[in-house]
Design a protein around this ligand. Structure first.
Ligand code: FPP
Length: 253
């Protein structure tokens, strides 16, 4: 089997995806299989977030978007929600020095106002402290769901139309994109879901229209740098046609 270094050397450094989005699934199963409680899986998952962020930064990815907490996750048992909120606030505070060292900029996506005060303040602090960073942009999706943000965008545009400031005929794909929480961020080139499920789970539905999808059975706490490089190699083996024919794509190259 190829070592991590050998695998990395197989990557085409000129075709590293600009934006990688991830669905971090499998923490609960990881914990359960070891006789631990689910929250232990989330705690272990924080280590993977650390590793994946460092690896993304080192390899030259510009945007990494992580689905840390969905709108639907509010329906989980209170104890698990509380632990997740604590972990998110604690992790961001603990990681801040290294994020700064690695020039990583924190960006928050979702209905952040719903995040409990303590975690929210730590997140805002980290966002402000890293605002000047020019390396990897780490987008943390918190209290996020795609249908929520599309509904929110529709509401904003409808309000402008009702106030006579926007002609409905002038609504374009761009005006919708501009009103999503991801405004200004290029669409993901690659979406990776860990945990062996083949679902999108209300994540970046608008933005992944032409993303390459990659599913791995590795549970999030087990998702290794090797697994990540496998996903990147798989991505690089694909031909992205954006609705065109293969011949057209080859000609453009
Ligand atoms: C899904 O696994 C994972 C989550 C709902 C939370 C992900 C959160 C973290 C990895 C920790 C904090 C994140 C940051 C950014 C510091 P699951 O619980 O649904 O797993 P299961 O499918 O095995 O039950």
């Amino acid at each position: 089997m190829a070592s991590l270094e050998e695998k990395i050397s197989q990557l085409d450094k000129n075709r590293i995806p600009v934006h990688v989005a991830m669905i971090m699934d499998g923490n609960g199963r990881w914990a359960k299989s070891r006789g631990f409680i689910r929250s232990d899986g989330h705690a272990e998952g924080v280590s993977t977030v650390h590793r994946v962020t460092k690896f993304s930064s080192d390899i030259g990815i510009k945007y990494l978007t992580l689905y840390a907490f969905s709108t639907e996750n509010w329906n989980r048992p209170k104890e698990e929600v509380d632990t997740l909120m604590f972990l998110i606030g604690w992790a961001i505070e603990r990681e801040l020095p290294e994020l700064l060292e690695n020039n990583v900029r924190i960006h928050l996506l979702g209905d952040i106002e719903r995040i409990p005060d303590e975690a929210r303040e730590r997140l805002f602090y980290a966002r402000n402290a890293t605002a000047h960073c020019t390396g990897l942009q780490l987008n943390m999706c918190l209290s996020y769901s795609s249908r929520w943000e599309i509904t929110d965008a529709a509401r904003k545009l409808a309000l402008l139309a009702a106030e006579g400031k926007l002609n409905p005929q002038d609504i374009t794909e761009k005006s919708i994109s501009d009103n999503l929480t991801t405004s200004g961020i290029p669409d993901p080139d690659l979406l990776i879901r860990t945990g062996g499920e083949y679902r999108i789970s209300n994540y970046l539905l608008w933005q992944i229209a032409y993303s390459e999808l990659y599913f791995t059975p590795a549970l999030w706490p087990d998702f290794s740098d090797e697994d990540y490089v496998d996903a990147l190699l798989d991505f690089q083996s694909r031909e992205r046609r954006f609705g065109k024919t293969s011949d057209q794509v080859q000609q453009n190259h």
